[in-house]
Design a protein around this ligand. Structure first.
Ligand code: 5AD
Ligand code: SF4
Ligand code: FES
Length: 346
């Protein structure tokens, strides 16, 4: 029964929520992981693309119930990294062999459309890096101006596709507004990355299966997911993850099989649940790594969840570490910009 569904998914047949639940409870995990790894190899090759992430502000006006830097966490030491330090880091990324920078922050109104447009332009003028922004929900005008300034991609997770669960996690947000943002970005020709949290409090396998199918429906250029990890200074402090870690890895494998041409990063949260987590994800369907490039002094203040790795390492350390990981996995370093495999410009 399971083997038949695995064959069907490999052949690209349409899947139902029931089919996905059945794959998520698939006992022969090795054949699922092997199929996902082969699918990654056949469609995306052996390159691992490095996208250095700079967490440039931890200030956020929102209060997502799971997030360690939510606005009302008064224990957070707020910071904004000066532009010159962001630019310096971008220069170093080129030397480290990264082809792309991700600028991420909380929803921080200090960074107006114009301020970020200027920053994007300077990075474009001074480096060959592809630029991804991840600064939350903004209006159409902002996305248009940033695209014009040189922004290539945008990351905005939908977090969960279940409107009730979304509401239970996001006191300030509406799922439909979030989805409209994703559509606006796509319509502007910006490469779109989105995804979800696995195992939010009281989440069911059916809801997870729906999130998985929803990513395919959105036709994403990149799919970024990670396990929910309870942060002590949040309303979800005492909520355990709804699933065990096998489910996290199976989710990656199924996403790969359903989206052969999407970039899938091995996200940082996988290293928080297992020191080897990101490597395992790279062997189970993922093809992108986002080394932390935030200057070391700020790292401890950007802990969305506890146990985040690389807090006491420098950006140089992470650059060395990631290359060792790629080598040990027998993979190669992607040396082009790593644009979407779905993008006709590629
Ligand atoms: N556990 C795991 N991931 C988290 N994020 C925020 N808080 C947590 C947490 N407690 C993720 C969200 C967000 C991304 C930047 O970090 O999915 O989109
Ligand atoms: Fe702010 Fe993003 Fe954290 Fe929500 S998940 S509180 S928007 S930083
Ligand atoms: Fe940061 Fe390994 S990726 S130390």
């Amino acid at each position: 029964m399971h083997t038949t569904i695995l064959d069907h998914v490999k052949q690209g047949q349409t899947m139902t929520v029931e089919n996905i639940v059945s794959l998520l409870t698939f006992p022969e995990v090795d054949s699922l992981y092997q199929a996902a790894n082969e699918c990654r190899h056949n469609n995306m090759g052996d390159d691992i693309y490095l996208r250095g992430i700079i967490e440039f502000s931890n200030i956020c006006i929102k209060n997502c119930n799971y997030c360690g830097i939510r606005g009302s966490n008064t224990e957070i030491v707020p910071y904004r990294i000066p532009d010159k330090d962001i630019l310096n880091t971008c220069q170093k990324m080129v030397d480290w062999g990264y082809t792309s920078v991700v600028l991420q922050s909380g929803e921080d109104p200090f960074y107006t459309t114009e301020k970020l447009a200027k920053l994007i332009m300077v990075i474009k003028e001074t480096t060959p890096l592809a630029i991804t922004l991840s600064v939350g929900e903004r209006d159409e005008e902002a996305y248009r101006i940033w695209k014009k300034a040189g922004m290539d991609r945008y990351l905005l997770r939908f977090e969960t596709s279940d409107p009730k669960l979304f509401k239970a996690c996001h006191p300030d947000d509406d799922l439909f507004v979030r989805l409209e943002c994703l559509e606006t970005l796509r319509n502007k020709g910006i490469q779109v990355g989105s995804g979800f949290l696995i195992g939010l409090p009281n989440e069911t396998l059916e809801q997870l299966a729906h999130d998985i199918l929803f990513c395919t429906q959105l036709n994403l250029d990149m799919i970024g997911i990670g396990p929910f990890i309870a942060h002590p200074n949040t309303p979800f402090a005492d909520q355990p993850n709804s699933f065990n870690s096998d489910i996290f890895y199976k989710t990656i494998a199924i996403l790969r099989l359903l989206n052969p041409l999407a970039h899938i990063p091995a996200t940082t949260a996988f290293d928080a649940i297992d020191p080897n987590g990101r490597d395992l994800v790279l062997q189970r369907g993922a093809n992108v790594f986002m080394p932390n490039a935030t200057p070391m002094a700020y790292r401890e203040h950007y802990q969305l969840y506890p146990g985040k790795p690389c807090i006491t390492e420098s950006s140089d350390d992470c650059a060395g570490c990631v290359k060792g990981r790629i080598k040990r996995l027998g993979r190669t370093l992607g040396n082009d910009a790593g644009h979407s495999f779905k993008n006709p410009l590629r």
